[in-house]
Design a protein around this ligand. Structure first.
Ligand code: ZN
Length: 352
């Protein structure tokens, strides 16, 4: 029996040294167990192989029972934890319109000393309601920084669950979050980082039925999605409601960001991208690849633009697009023009 246990330990720890993930080592140990049970049941008592692997199947069955109970307990505990993603204290902390607590003043001190923000700017962030579409590559870093910066109410809508291949860049999620809806994983991370903000997770896809009602609850929308249908829908809805839209996009080594705000004279997303590219011409991140830190750069820039818009600081990227080429360490800004015949914001809208 000791021999088998040593073999199992060898597979587990040896595999770990060789870099095999838990998910691969578990079945290997399971296979060993099944082989040993097979020996116990198939070989007659007293057979050399049976004696060497314990002699009696009862002992092994007892051990399997113990392991099963422990695994079931861990599974149950994991499910309970996922059902309560937000620490109680975080939920209990209300986002109030009143003066900031001492702890909040201390937390945001580096903002408050900034001339362009100051106490009033921080209060504006605290009262602000920002919706982030997508808790993936771009949404995740934007959310992390907006929560840390003290944006009082953060909505996040996404219908995806965390996948292993997301974790090379989406650092708001952790290995243990694989399989958890991204909005809940992101919510837990933000509440753990800053209990002074409120996070509203919407675990669903943004559709035409809900977009207008949802957007109306927010002052500003950040679009970090990777599909054109959602981008056009977010743009149409934001334009109709007069809400500024901070839009970011990525491919491989390059990122781009702009603020679309036709209510204040800028073009809208559809002025710049009148039609979605034909299928295959704009490959997604999963097809073309994307450098891990790049969404962090562009997502953090989206958070910067959001804070500037909310606090009315500096010059947000209205009517301009900033393009960052990570491979050649180059940035450039291009001016964007509104299209008179844009079906969303143009003069001809509604007459078509
Ligand atoms: Zn337009």
């Amino acid at each position: 029996m000791l021999l088998v246990l040593a073999l199992a330990a060898g597979i587990w720890f040896g595999g770990s040294v060789l870099g095999l993930p838990r998910a691969a080592r578990g079945p290997l140990v399971g296979l060993l167990f099944v082989a040993v049970l097979g020996i116990q049941f198939l070989f007659p008592p007293g057979h050399g192989l049976r004696v060497a692997t314990g002699g009696e199947p009862a002992l092994w069955l007892l051990l399997a029972g113990f392991v099963a109970v422990i695994l079931a307990y861990r599974h149950l505990l994991g499910r309970l934890k996922r059902r309560v993603p937000v620490p109680e204290a975080a939920v209990a902390t209300p986002v109030s319109d009143g003066p900031m607590s001492e702890a909040e003043v201390e937390r945001y001190a580096r903002h408050i000393v900034l001339r362009e923000l100051g106490g009033p700017g921080q209060q504006r962030l605290r009262r602000a309601r920002v919706l982030v579409i997508g808790a993936g590559g771009l949404g995740a870093p934007a959310l992390q920084y907006l929560a840390a910066a003290g944006v009082g109410t953060l909505g996040v809508i996404d219908d995806d669950v965390v996948e292993n291949a997301n974790l090379q860049r989406q650092v708001i999620h952790r290995d243990q979050d694989i399989g958890t809806p991204k909005v809940f994983s992101a919510q837990a991370a933000m509440m753990a980082q800053n209990p002074y903000v409120r996070v509203l997770p919407y675990h669903r896809r943004l559709t035409g039925e809900v977009a207008a009602d949802l957007f109306a609850e927010f002052d500003l929308v950040l679009d970090g999605t990777d599909n054109f249908d959602t981008r056009y829908l977010a743009n149409r809805t934001a334009v109709a409601l007069g809400i500024p839209l901070v839009s970011g996009a990525l491919s491989q080594w390059e990122g781009q960001i702009s603020v679309f705000d036709p209510a204040r004279g800028t073009p809208c997303y559809q002025c710049i991208f009148p039609e979605a590219p034909a299928a295959g011409l704009a490959p997604s991140c999963s097809e073309a690849g994307v450098l891990g830190p790049l969404p962090g750069v562009v997502g953090a820039m989206m958070a910067v633009e959001a804070i500037k818009l909310l606090a009315d600081a500096g010059a947000p990227l209205r009517g301009e697009m900033l393009i960052y080429d990570a491979l050649w360490s180059e940035t450039r800004k291009i001016a964007l023009k509104r299209r008179a015949d844009c079906p969303v914001c143009g003069a001809s809208k509604g007459t078509r």
